[in-house]
Ligand binder design. Structure first.
Ligand SMILES: [Fe+2]
Length: 400
C-alpha cells in the first residue's frame, strides 16, 4: 500500500491553479498600498458573488445534545434521533454538544493548526499541495475554485493505515525536530472524530428508519479514505469584496470545528445566514453532504454553504470527513424507494461524481444524475457551473 491515498488518473488535472499563496513572498493579506492594507484587485469577486450577509449576523441552527448517546439513556436517545432527523430534513446541518471529543483535544488541534498557518511561506513551501498525486498539503481554500479566495488550506486524505506516516511526514516538513506537538494533536483529533462520525452515522440510519442497516454501514467500512482539512481566513480589509471559501456542498458527512469566530454561512430557503459559532462551547457543526442526500432518496438535504471574512479576527476551522474508495458505487437505499417515493438519483460511482464536481459544479452535483433526466450529461454541461454564466435556478440562488 502506498504512503498516501492517490487520486485516480482522471483527477490529475487540477481545476484550481497549482498554488495561490505559498509561492508568493508576501502573502496577499499583508499587501499594502499607500501604507494601508488593501485587497489586491485579483481577489475582488464579481458583484453577484460578493457576500451581502455579514459574518456576525448570526442565526442558531439546530443544537443537539448528544449526551444521552454516551450514557445509554434510551428515552434520551430517541429524542436525539428525532432532533437529528428533523435537522437533516429541514437544514441539512446542525450543531452538536457533548459529542465526545474532549475540550483539551480540540484546543490542541486548534493550537497546532494556528502554529501551522503562522509559519513563514518558505516553510509552508516544503508542504506545498501535491496537485498531481493526491491534493495533500498547503494550497487554495477550495481546490475546486479557479478564482482567488481569502483563505488558505492545509489538508490530507489518507487511509487509517497510512495516517500515522502521512502526519509524521508533514510534521517533519513543517516543524522538523519539534514535530511532536503537531503530530500528536492531529492524530488525537482524528481518533475523536472517527467516534463522532460513527455515532452520527448511526443516528442517521435510525432517523431514516432503515431496517437493514448494512447498506449504510458499508460506506464507512473497508478501505475508507479519511480527510483532514483545516482552513485559515486572515482578517480582510474589505470583506464585502472577497470570498473566504467559495459556495459549495460537501460530498460526504462533514464534522466541522468552527472555532470562536463567525463566517461560516449556509443557505436555507434561498437565504444566506451566518451560523452562530457558539463561542467558548465545544461544538461541532455537522453537514450531511451529498452522498447521504443520494442514499436517503433526497429525504435528507445537503446544505449549500460558504465562508465570509471579517476585518478584525483571523478564523481557523477544521473539517474531518470520510468517504469510500473512488470506485465505490453511490446509490440510493432500496428501502427508501417505493411508489410514493420514486428513486430520484441514478447510481453512479464516486469518481464520476467527483469528476462533475471538478468541472466546477460544486453545489449538489448529484442533480445531474437524476433518473428523470435521461440526457443528464447534456444537462450537466448546459447548466454551467458556479463560476460561469448560468440560468440554473439553484446556482442562481447560491449566488444571491
Ligand atoms: Fe464545506
Amino acid at each position: 500500500m502506498g504512503l498516501e491515498t492517490e487520486f485516480p488518473s482522471e483527477f490529475q488535472t487540477p481545476a484550481a491553479p497549482p498554488t495561490v499563496y505559498v509561492d508568493e513572498k508576501e502573502q496577499p493579506w499583508d499587501v499594502k498600498q499607500g501604507g494601508e492594507l488593501k485587497v489586491p484587485e485579483s481577489f475582488v469577486w464579481p458583484d453577484a458573488m460578493q457576500p451581502k450577509v455579514a459574518f456576525n449576523e448570526y442565526v442558531d441552527v439546530p443544537l443537539i445534545d448528544l449526551a444521552p448517546c454516551h450514557t445509554g439513556d434510551e428515552i434520551g436517545i430517541q429524542k436525539v434521533v428525532k432532533e437529528v432527523d428533523a435537522a437533516c430534513r429541514e437544514w441539512g446541518a446542525f450543531q452538536v454538544i457533548n459529542h465526545g471529543i474532549p475540550d483539551d483535544v480540540v484546543l490542541r488541534a486548534r493550537e497546532a493548526m494556528k502554529r501551522v498557518f503562522h509559519l513563514p511561506p518558505e516553510i509552508k513551501l516544503k508542504a506545498q499541495r501535491d496537485y498531481i498525486k493526491n491534493y495533500n498539503g498547503f494550497g487554495a481554500g477550495s481546490m475546486l475554485c479557479p478564482s482567488k479566495q481569502w483563505s488558505e488550506a492545509f489538508q490530507f486524505l489518507m487511509t487509517d493505515e497510512a495516517a500515522p506516516a502521512v502526519i509524521d511526514d508533514y510534521g517533519e516538513r513543517l516543524f522538523g525536530d519539534d514535530k511532536e506537538f503537531f503530530c500528536n494533536a492531529i492524530k488525537e483529533y482524528l481518533i475523536g472524530n472517527d467516534k463522532v462520525r460513527l455515532l452520527i452515522w448511526d443516528l442517521v440510519i435510525k432517523g431514516l428508519k432503515v431496517k437493514n442497516d448494512s447498506f449504510f454501514k458499508k460506506y464507512l467500512s473497508g478501505s475508507v479514505n479519511k480527510g483532514f482539512r483545516s482552513n485559515y481566513y486572515p482578517p480582510c480589509p474589505d470583506p464585502s469584496k472577497v470570498v473566504g471559501l467559495v459556495v459549495h456542498t460537501d460530498s460526504t458527512l462533514g464534522l466541522v470545528q468552527l472555532g470562536d469566530v463567525g463566517g461560516y454561512q449556509l443557505m436555507k430557503d434561498g437565504v444566506w445566514m451566518s451560523v452562530n459559532p457558539r463561542k467558548g462551547e465545544n461544538t461541532l457543526c455537522i453537514n450531511i453532504g451529498d452522498y447521504i442526500e443520494v442514499m436517503s432518496n433526497n429525504q435528507y438535504k445537503s446544505v449549500i454553504h460558504r465562508v465570509v471574512t471579517n476585518t478584525e479576527e483571523e478564523r481557523i476551522s477544521i473539517d474531518c470527513v470520510a468517504q469510500p474508495p473512488w470506485d465505490f458505487p453511490l446509490s440510493t437505499c432500496p428501502e427508501l424507494i417505493d411508489e410514493d417515493h420514486p428513486q430520484i438519483y441514478k447510481p453512479i460511482i464516486g469518481k464520476e461524481y467527483q469528476a462533475v464536481k471538478l468541472e466546477g459544479h460544486v453545489c449538489r452535483p448529484q442533480k445531474f444524475f437524476t433518473v428523470a433526466g435521461d440526457a443528464h450529461l447534456e444537462l450537466r454541461h448546459a447548466a454551467g457551473n458556479v463560476f460561469s454564466s448560468t440560468s440554473d435556478p439553484s446556482v442562481v440562488a447560491a449566488r444571491a
